[in-house]
Design a protein around this ligand. Structure first.
Ligand SMILES: C[S@@+](CC[C@H](N)C(=O)[O-])C[C@H]1O[C@@H](n2cnc3c(N)ncnc32)[C@H](O)[C@@H]1O
Length: 289
């Protein structure tokens, strides 16, 4: 089979499960990563033959994808903020909105000159793969990152990420176990920034979700009970009261349905911000004592 032949067939097969554009994009990314060719190779060298070994690798991956296993788990990694992060079952696949949150924080901190090496502390609550903690550490040489999570499994993965920046020297985040629904562990420093993308999908929103998420991604990373949608933001508010320095800033990702409620919880020094699709997706709060 040729590169173009494979992409056409894989895209058609995957379109039984996914919308056409998404199916095509998965087929293109699959061939690019499995065969280590650029994503445009199926257009620039459409007749390039796929060897038997390559075909076996692709067939194995397609069998998994057609069982709704997410592409990122099949490949064993995902891209976030221009870097690669290991992911596997048990750890949430970072979403594009969280990539926007990362960019927003970097833009804000560059305006304050905090990307130039001053020492400061950032805490990432519910760190998952560690994508935010590591990406912020890579861009902010003066920052000491801390990342916590309730899952021992994700903490192992977060600690094992291999992340580089242009200088090749990223200061390792400190990863530790904590339950944000309890009190913060003793011995933590004061923080200049607290960031979190906590579970915020309502149980009732399951109905709109596909098997690639529901059957493979960790429930504890996603859902909150309908009767307590602000559960994690109430906990974050109390952690911020204890751990955030005066003038410190919180950045949270939120369910688009609860922008005003989350902002009300944090008071007049908070603001709701939209994502690239115009949905209320983030709350930023400046801690004035
Ligand atoms: C939406 S995921 C975010 C993961 C990662 N920060 C990202 O953006 O891709 C939420 C994370 O919160 C963690 N979590 C869930 N309940 C928690 C709790 N009570 N205390 C601390 N972390 C919790 C989950 O294990 C999961 O890794």
């Amino acid at each position: 089979m040729t590169l173009k032949g494979f992409v056409d067939k894989a895209a058609k097969d995957l379109s039984e499960l996914y919308p056409e554009a998404e199916a095509k994009s998965m087929a293109v990314r699959l061939i690019s990563y499995c065969l280590e060719v650029p994503e445009y190779a199926y257009l620039s060298v459409p007749d390039r033959k796929i060897s038997d070994t390559e075909q076996q690798k692709l067939d194995k991956a397609m069998t998994e994808l057609l069982k709704w296993r997410p592409l990122q788990y099949v490949l064993g990694f995902t891209e976030f903020g221009g870097r690669r992060f290991k992911v596997r079952e048990g750890v949430l696949i970072p979403r594009p909105e969280t990539g926007e949150l990362f960019e927003m924080i970097i833009d804000d901190l560059s305006e304050k000159g905090l990307d130039e090496g001053q020492e400061f502390n950032i805490l990432d609550i519910g760190t998952g793969s560690g994508c935010l903690a590591w990406s912020l550490a890579a861009e902010l040489p003066g920052a000491q990152l801390f990342g916590c999570d309730i899952s021992d499994e994700v903490l192992k993965i977060a600690a094992k990420q291999k992340v580089k920046n242009a200088e090749g020297s990223v200061r390792r985040p400190v990863f530790f176990w904590a339950d944000v629904l309890g009190v913060p562990p003793a011995g933590l420093p004061q923080f200049d920034i607290i960031v979190s993308n906590p579970p915020y999908v309502l149980e009732s929103e399951r109905l709109q979700m596909r098997p690639n998420v529901l059957d493979y991604e960790p429930e504890m990373a996603l859902f909150v009970p309908d009767e307590d949608p602000l559960r994690f933001y109430k906990a974050l508010h109390s952690w911020a009261g204890v751990l955030l320095r005066e003038g410190g800033i919180c950045y949270f990702e939120i369910n688009e349905r609860f922008g005003s409620e989350v902002a009300a919880l944090f008071g007049p020094d908070s603001v709701v911000l939209q994502d690239i699709n115009g949905c209320n997706r983030f709350v930023k709060y400046i801690h004035k004592v």
